[in-house]
Design a protein around this ligand. Structure first.
Ligand SMILES: [Zn+2]
Ligand SMILES: [Zn+2]
Length: 97
């Protein structure tokens, strides 16, 4: 397996017995760093794929991602809309008979 080298890591918080470390989530990468060293580092956002600067606030998350993706983690589609969409699908399948 050939692993593509990367400069920007994608961090995830790992809780150890006495400390917390941030491990890179990218396949084949063994890089990890301590909580104190992750602030002001550049990381890769697992959701939008862009690189961003890790602030103290962003480092609190289990999966470290950019500030833009914090907003977009809210569900975009309302439950009512999904139900209506499913109803439409049902109508579609019955009309073919
Ligand atoms: Zn890495
Ligand atoms: Zn992002």
């Amino acid at each position: 397996m050939v692993i593509k080298p990367h400069k920007i890591h994608q961090y995830r918080k790992v809780k150890l017995v006495k400390s917390v470390v941030f491990r890179c989530m990218l396949p084949g990468c063994t890089h990890y760093t301590r909580e104190a060293f992750i602030i002001n580092k550049i990381a890769l956002c697992p959701f939008c794929g862009k690189d961003f600067l890790i602030t103290r606030d962003l480092a609190r998350r289990e999966t470290v991602h950019c500030s833009e993706c914090i907003v977009s983690t809210k569900p975009k589609v309302e439950v009512k809309e999904v139900v209506e969409f499913l109803e439409e699908l049902k109508d579609d399948t019955t009309s073919h008979k």
